[in-house]
Structure formats: structure tokens, C-alpha cells
Write a protein that binds this ligand. Structure first.
Ligand code: NAP
Length: 228
């Protein structure tokens, strides 16, 4: 199995590289030129392609021959970074490849997610401040996901809760809609977010799903498990 990790040098990306190597996958990683050294501990075991993740030539080269593509969707800058990255992956991944994308709970596929007032207020403020500072385009991440949802590829969009560092607790649990009781704890270990992304490559039940995830040892997940 050969996979590509786009955004490999970030926190989530680095964990995904480790999980993928643990599974014996051949790994190609894409990251910004200035961040290549962040992958030093893997440099003899993976192929690194430096470049911006919305550079179509970079993505075309990186995903060639890959059975799976894991993409960290991030909306930095005001350059349509998320939608450019997603579109390049959708255009150049080989037909039939598993495509897994990361984002946050704020992305909704069908409008049936229920968000708290504080979550909505924080999101609104983040969109506004991000735009004013020309630092982040959260609505472009939404556009990226719209394109993914409308594509005929074998996609999964993994929607992360708030994240924390720490030892792995195991594969997160998930639900289709934010607001479902199982998700109430709103916390996942980043290492386990990465685990979910990598495990999704071989989990066909997640094709065309946008799972909202939460840590399997959180209070809300445990309460749900006790009632099963
Ligand atoms: N953080 C949260 O609490 C949270 C919550 C829910 C979901 N998520 C989702 O999780 C994913 C990653 O989150 P994370 O917090 O774990 O971050 P992360 O893995 O550290 O990822 C950050 C990524 O952004 C890149 N980056 C940073 N600044 C950039 C810039 N100015 N231009 C271009 N690329 C830049 C980094 O590349 P370099 O290595 O080159 O800097 C890295 O690949 C995203 O999809 C996010 O939507 C995050």
C-alpha cells in the first residue's frame, strides 16, 4: 500500500506518518520547503516532496501511484489554500484511491449538525478576525469540503473535535452529526485523530461519510458505550 500525506510536517501530519509507517505503508509526504527538517526523524523511511500543498504540480507528482491520500486541510492565508489543495487531490489522485481529508466540527455536510451558541459565536469571530488579519480563510475550508462532498471519488472527511496532546487512547468513536450525545465531551487526542485518518484508508464503511470524532475514553463516549 502506497499512501501520500499532504501536510506531513504538522502535528497531525507527523502523527499520521508514524501510524502509516507502523502499518507498513510506503509513505510520500508533502510539506513546505521550510518545514522539511521537521520530518528528519523519518527521512530515511519516507519520500518527501517539498512544496505548497495547493501547488497542482507538486500534488500531481506526490499522489501518482498512491492507493490512499491523507490531506490536512488548513485554511492559512488568503490564497484559497484549502480549496486549491483539495481540488488538486481530487483531480490528480488515481481513480479508486481512498481520499481522507481532515477538518473541524464546524464543517457541516447536510446542515443537520447542532452547534452551541458559544461555538457559533467563536466561529463567527474567528472568520471575521481571520479575514481582517488576512491570516486565515475559514470559508475556503468550507468551499474545499463542498467540492469533496460533490465529487465522485472515494472520499471521507474526518471532522475533529477540540484537540489535546497525550498518549494514545485508541481509535476515536464517531457520529454523523455534531450535537449527538456521544460527542458531548468535544475532545480528542491529536495522535488518535491521526489514527482515525490512517485507519479510514482501509475502512470502506467510511466512504462518503463525514464522521465527527471524539476520544474513545471521554466521558460522553463511555456513557454511550455503557448504554449499548
Ligand atoms: N487545532 C485544533 O484544535 C483542531 C480542531 C479540530 C480540527 N482541526 C483540524 O486538524 C487539522 C490540523 O490541525 P492541527 O492543529 O493538528 O495542526 P497541524 O497538524 O500543526 O497542521 C498545521 C499545518 O498547517 C501548515 N501551516 C502552518 N502555517 C502555514 C502557512 N502560513 N501556510 C501554509 N501552511 C501552513 C503546517 O505546515 P508546516 O509544517 O509547514 O508549518 C501544517 O501542515 C486541520 O485540518 C484542522 O482543521 C484542528
Amino acid at each position: 500500500m502506497k499512501i501520500c500525506i499532504i501536510g506531513a510536517s504538522g502535528k497531525l501530519g507527523t502523527y499520521m506518518v508514524q501510524h502509516a509507517l507502523d502499518r507498513g505503508y510506503e509513505v510520500v509526504g508533502v510539506c513546505r520547503e521550510r518545514s522539511v527538517s521537521k520530518l528528519d526523524k523519518f527521512k530515511d523511511r519516507i519520500t518527501i516532496i517539498p512544496g505548497a500543498t495547493n501547488d497542482r504540480q507538486v500534488i500531481q507528482q506526490a499522489v501518482t501511484g498512491c492507493d490512499g491520500v491523507l490531506t490536512v486541510l488548513i485554511p492559512w492565508g488568503i490564497q484559497k489554500y484549502s480549496s486549491g489543495t483539495a481540488q488538486a487531490v481530487l483531480d490528480f489522485a488515481k481513480p479508486g484511491a481512498r481520499l481522507i481529508f481532515s477538518c473541524g466540527w464546524h464543517i457541516t455536510r447536510d446542515g443537520k449538525d447542532i452547534y452551541s451558541r458559544s461555538f457559533k459565536a467563536l466561529l463567527k469571530a474567528s472568520i471575521l478576525i481571520g479575514k481582517l488579519l488576512r491570516a486565515v480563510e475559514i470559508d475556503d475550508q468550507e468551499e474545499a469540503c463542498r467540492r469533496i462532498f460533490n465529487s465522485s471519488t472515494r472520499w471521507t472527511v474526518v471532522r475533529g473535535s477540540d484537540l489535546e496532546e497525550g498518549e494514545s487512547q485508541g481509535l476515536p468513536v464517531w457520529s454523523r452529526h455534531v450535537g449527538d450525545p456521544i460527542l458531548a465531551s468535544n475532545m480528542t487526542r491529536r495522535v488518535d485523530f491521526a489514527l482515525f485518518m490512517v485507519a479510514a484508508i482501509e475502512d470502506d464503511s467510511l466512504i462518503h461519510e463525514a464522521p465527527a470524532i471524539v476520544g474513545c475514553s471521554t466521558a460522553s463516549a463511555l456513557v454511550h458505550a455503557a448504554h449499548m
